[in-house]
Design a protein around this ligand. Structure first.
Ligand SMILES: [Zn+2]
Length: 179
């Protein structure tokens, strides 16, 4: 009799614990959530920010788009990819990357992105990517930014060159004449 009561109580306890999904009741279970880290990871994921979209507006996440170029892990494969990553570098304040990808013939000695007040880059639209030679290309784009409480629009046609397999920005024409 006593052993039966004990058994019933024990079953109820286990059933109750399982319903409440406590780590205690699942500690001997072979499923993945039996491991205490399952609950830690679950809590951590809940507090994680959503995946950040890339500022270049490619529709991809930042870590799958421009971040690997800026980090030096995956250099741009063409002029448009370089242009996009340079826009993202402006948006993120990565002056070092902008200098690295600026051709030596036109590169400024220093680059202070905060000079004249911080601009907030809010949008990019690539209009054209024209391959002009084996190792040269042009990219025309409109970049939008906010500065001094006002919205601005930069329409530029940039020139790029490839040297030793790497693309570099040369210069750009602002408000280029349209054909
Ligand atoms: Zn991007």
């Amino acid at each position: 009799m006593w052993s039966q009561v004990k058994l019933i109580k024990c079953r109820r306890f286990v059933a109750y614990s399982f319903t409440m999904m406590t780590p205690f009741s699942l500690s001997h279970c072979s499923l993945p959530f039996s491991h205490p880290s399952f609950f830690d990871n679950m809590a951590r994921r809940k507090n994680e920010p959503a995946v950040r979209p890339c500022p270049c507006q490619s529709g991809l996440a930042l870590h799958l788009c421009c971040a690997p170029r800026i980090d030096g892990e995956d250099p741009a494969q063409d002029a448009e990819a370089l242009m996009r990553s340079r826009y993202t570098a402006y948006a993120l304040g990565e002056a070092g990357y902008l200098l690295q990808t600026w051709h030596a013939s036109t590169r400024p000695a220093t680059l202070d992105l905060d000079e004249g007040g911080v601009a907030r880059w809010i949008g990019l639209k690539v209009l054209h990517h024209i391959v002009t030679g084996t190792d040269s290309a042009m990219v025309e784009f409109i970049a939008r930014y906010r500065h001094g409480g006002r919205a601005h629009r930069l329409h530029e046609r940039s020139r790029f060159i490839r040297e030793d397999g790497r693309w570099f920005y040369i210069d750009g024409e602002i408000d280029p004449p349209q054909p």
